[in-house]
Ligand binder design. Structure first.
Ligand code: NAD
Ligand code: ZN
Length: 493
């Protein structure tokens, strides 16, 4: 068995419920460390705790070590404080995949109260103390985890998001060999990162960028797969920007009726968006018009690869991160609204990518084929795509989305009750980052025409995603033609 998943998080995060469900999804079993300790000692946790916390943590570490080493259970949930001991932290980080089930203190408190309330748990005496401890533990969990999972959703969605969350941390690509687990791994890599991948892998290099999303590149990939005699049990690994993961995922989806693939996004757009969620495809008559839903079996993202991006590519990715922050609200919104004009420190970048990935995983888990809530990811994309198309390649996707976001937030102020101060703040943040907020030399008619041919239209109507407040998107909003025309006119100069 490959390394087990260790679920960490504050009380109320749902470690046991999610753990059971995740184990079923993975075809393995779940074990709760506290219950196991109680079973072994025939004493209750509060009773053991009374002997002294240090002594309890020592016992806890010993049990966790045994459980991880035995490799009998694929999902393990220690108590909320287990990682406070450095030895336990080091152990789980080395030998397991650590997933942090993250949710706001208010949500967790409500769950704890509903579950019998304060008093049944020694550390849940009142909300104030609960919130303090929650924020202290936050740092511990964030730094120890291989990925953050948004645990505010229902348990089924959280379990799926756990299964798919992958590993988002420096050195993540080192896990390719382990994931392959004896299977052959055929790696397709984007040129600029070709020298950053682990040694000893079978590699095919792609030039990268939008120009590789063509039928001829897919054919070349199919032929390379055939020449390498890839079989259904082999694994394709795509390492690169959104273009490389899109085209390689599509080639994997269609070769021999589908090979498993691993997505390793190396751009900011890729790590917060494109490399996650299973949409694969190429451009034929229009952008992304040929493709399939073929979810990767894992996503491995190393944020330290982002340092070699050009400033322009970084900024384009930041527009998508800002969009994600608006959708998520909470700590991610706080992080992006205060983002400096630089790329931030390694830690800040790491947190940014992981929180954005968590939101996308949660949304995709709830709606993998975009029948409903997944549409929120298109915030800023309705007019943004129109601008991108009408500008004929002058704007990168993320730049067009910056323009589209400003328009969508203005519409949100007018039609969804968004506080105008938020719209102004986003405008300021985008400007500070050096992103465009109005399309230069683009005719509004051309943008409207491009919006009419967008594949997200339903029965001839353009539907919008609007924002009531950070963290509160609404989707499927139909606006009258005059309102749309006015928004587009305001987005163009
Ligand atoms: N599948 C999805 O859900 C989804 C979502 C959003 C976007 N996309 C697609 O993603 C594509 C855009 O992705 P993108 O913004 O990553 O652009 P990209 O893939 O075109 O990459 C931009 C450039 O960066 C280079 N590059 C890659 N990694 C690098 C690194 N670490 N350092 C330096 N250079 C690097 C690439 O070679 C390329 O020249 C579009 O085709 C878009 O349609 C897909
Ligand atoms: Zn986008």
């Amino acid at each position: 068995m490959s390394r087990p998943d260790v679920l960490v998080g504050f009380m109320g995060a749902g470690k046991s419920t999610v753990g059971e469900l995740l184990a079923v999804l993975k075809g393995t079993t779940f074990i709760d460390v506290d219950r196991e300790i109680e079973r072994r000692t025939s004493r209750s946790i509060p009773d053991l705790f009374n002997d002294g916390e240090e002594q309890f943590r020592e016992l806890e570490e010993q049990v966790i070590t045994e459980l991880i080493e035995a490799r009998e259970h694929g999902v393990i949930a220690p108590g909320g404080g287990a990682l406070s001991r450095p030895g336990t932290r080091a152990l789980v980080r080395k030998q397991a995949r650590v997933l942090f089930l993250d949710a706001p203190a208010e949500v967790l408190w409500q769950r704890v109260e509903a579950d019998g309330g304060a008093g049944t748990r020694p550390l849940a005496v009142n909300f104030h103390r609960f919130e303090d401890l929650h924020s202290q533990r936050q740092t511990l969990y964030v730094t120890a985890a291989d990925a953050i999972v948004d645990a505010a959703a229902d348990p089924e969605t959280v379990a799926i998001a756990c299964r798919d969350a992958g590993v988002v941390r420096p050195g993540a690509l080192e896990r390719i060999g382990e994931l392959a687990d004896g299977r052959r791994a055929f790696v397709v890599v984007d040129l600029p990162v070709a020298d950053r991948i682990p040694e000893g892998l079978e590699v095919y290099t792609l030039p990268g960028g939008e120009q590789c999303k063509t039928v001829s590149h897919v054919e070349a990939l199919w032929r390379a797969f055939a020449e390498a005699e890839l079989e259904r049990r082999d694994l394709v690994v795509a390492i690169g920007g959104g273009a490389v993961t899109d085209v390689t995922g599509f080639a994997a989806a269609t070769f021999r009726r589908g090979l498993d693939w691993v997505s390793c996004p190396t751009t900011l757009v890729g790590q917060v968006d494109a490399g996650i969620g299973g949409k694969t495809g190429i451009d034929v008559a229009a952008k992304n018009d040929v493709g399939s839903f073929h979810p990767p079996v894992a996503v491995l993202a190393d944020p330290s690869l982002l340092t070699t991006l050009t400033d322009r590519e970084w900024r384009a990715g930041f527009a998508e991160a800002l969009k994600t922050g608006l959708l998520a609200g909470g700590p991610l919104w706080e992080l992006v609204r205060e983002w400096p004009t630089t790329r931030g420190t390694d830690d800040e970048r790491w947190t940014l990518v992981r929180r954005c990935a968590a939101l996308k995983h949660r949304v995709v888990a709830a709606d993998p084929t975009e029948q409903g809530v997944r549409a929120i990811l298109n915030l800023g994309h309705t007019i943004g795509h129109g601008v991108e198309h009408a500008a004929g390649g002058r704007y990168l996707h993320g730049e067009a989305i910056a323009i589209g976001l400003v328009a969508a937030l203005q519409l949100s102020v007018e039609h969804a009750g968004l506080d105008v101060a938020i719209a102004d703040e986003v405008l300021g943040a985008l400007t500070r980052q050096g992103l465009p907020t109005v399309a230069e030399d683009v005719a509004p008619e051309a943008v409207l025409a491009a919006m009419c041919s967008d594949k997200k239209r339903v029965a001839g109507r353009t539907r919008f995603v609007l924002l009531e407040a950070p963290g509160r998107p609404v989707w499927g909003v139909e606006l009258d033609d005059d309102a749309v025309a006015a928004a587009v006119a305001a987005a163009c100069r």
